[in-house]
Write a protein that binds this ligand. Structure first.
Ligand code: GLU
Length: 279
C-alpha cells in the first residue's frame, strides 16, 4: 500500500515536471514559436490598430498597412499562413509588457529599437527608418519645428513612445506635453483645437494627414531616427535569426518596396532604402 503511494507520488511528480517543461517551451522563445506553427496553433502578433498605412483594423475586421504586411510575410516564412495569425492591438505603452508576459509571439508596431527597451525585450531588424516630426493644422504658420513649440504650445504624444520621451529629454522647456494612449486620440484633439500639434514618426503622421487633406499637414522637419524593429521576448535568439532572414528576403524579392508603395505612397511619403540589419 505504502509502496504504491510512493510510486503514485513519483508518477505525479513526473507528470508535473512534464507539464512544467511543456509550459516553458510554450512561451515565446525561438523554438516554441516554430513548434507553435508546426502544431497548427495560431501565432499572436502585436500591431497598431489605428495607424493608417502602418497598422490599421478596418471597419470590416480586416487589417492593413506596412507593419501588417511585414508581420504576414514573417509569419509565412515561419510556416504560418494568414489565417493562422491573430492580430492583437499593442498600444505604445503595452509593447514591452506584452512581450515580457508572453501575451504575443512578436510585435510589428512602429516599434523603435532603443537601448532602454533592449533591457527588457529583444529586437530583430531594423526593417525601416522613420523620423520624428510634427502634425499641425494646415493653416498653422507658427509651428515650424520642435524649437517653435516653446511659448506654451500644447503638444500631444503617446505614453510609452520614444516621441514623448524625446520631447521630455530635449524640448520640454515651454512646451505643454500631453500624453494620450493612442495617436488617433491625439489627432482628434488636434482637430478639435484641444492641442496645437501632435508629435511622432513622420510615417504615422503622413497617414493621418492623408485622411484629412487640406485640414492637417506634416511639418516635414524630421528630428530623430526611429529604427523599426520586430519586438521579441528577451532571449529569442533563434527566432530573431529567422525573422532577420525573413526581412532580408522581403527586401530582396520586392515585397518590401511594393508594400511601402501601396501603404505609404498614397500619403506622399518618400520611400527610403531599407536599413542595414543590425540586431
Ligand atoms: N516609433 C516610436 C516608438 O516606438 C513612436 C511610434 C509609436 O509609439 O509606436 O515609440
Amino acid at each position: 500500500m505504502r509502496k504504491r503511494s510512493v510510486a503514485t507520488g513519483i508518477a505525479a511528480i513526473a507528470v508535473l515536471a512534464g507539464s512544467l517543461a511543456a509550459c516553458s517551451s510554450s512561451g515565446t522563445s525561438g523554438t516554441s514559436v516554430t513548434d507553435k506553427v508546426q502544431s497548427g496553433k495560431k501565432l499572436v502578433v502585436g500591431i497598431k490598430f489605428d495607424q493608417p498605412g502602418l497598422g490599421k483594423k478596418n471597419p470590416d475586421g480586416t487589417f492593413s498597412g506596412f507593419d501588417v504586411d511585414v508581420a504576414k510575410y514573417i509569419a509565412k516564412q515561419l510556416g504560418a499562413n494568414d489565417a493562422s495569425i491573430t492580430f492583437k492591438e499593442a498600444k505604445s505603452a503595452d509593447r514591452e509588457t506584452f512581450l515580457e508576459h508572453g501575451d504575443v509571439d512578436f510585435i510589428v508596431a512602429t516599434y523603435s529599437i532603443t537601448d532602454a527597451r533592449k533591457q527588457k525585450v529583444d529586437f530583430a531588424g531594423p526593417y525601416f527608418v522613420a523620423h520624428q516630426d510634427l502634425l499641425v493644422k494646415s493653416d498653422n504658420t507658427t509651428i515650424t519645428g520642435p524649437e517653435s513649440l516653446s511659448g506654451n504650445k500644447k503638444l500631444c504624444s503617446v505614453k510609452g513612445s520614444t516621441s514623448a520621451q524625446k520631447v521630455k529629454d530635449n524640448y520640454a522647456k515651454g512646451v505643454q506635453l500631453q500624453e494620450y494612449g493612442t495617436y488617433s486620440d491625439c489627432v482628434d484633439a488636434l482637430i478639435s483645437g484641444a492641442v496645437d500639434a501632435v508629435t511622432t514618426d513622420d510615417t504615422i503622421l503622413a497617414g493621418y494627414a492623408a485622411q484629412h487633406p487640406g485640414q492637417l499637414r506634416v511639418v516635414g522637419k524630421g528630428f530623430s531616427d526611429e529604427n523599426y524593429g520586430v519586438g521579441l521576448k528577451k532571449g529569442s535568439t533563434d527566432l530573431k535569426a529567422q525573422i532577420d532572414t525573413a526581412i532580408r528576403k522581403m527586401e530582396s524579392d520586392g515585397a518590401w518596396q511594393a508594400s511601402l508603395e501601396k501603404n505609404l505612397g498614397p500619403a506622399g511619403y518618400k520611400i527610403p532604402s531599407p536599413p542595414a540589419i543590425t540586431e
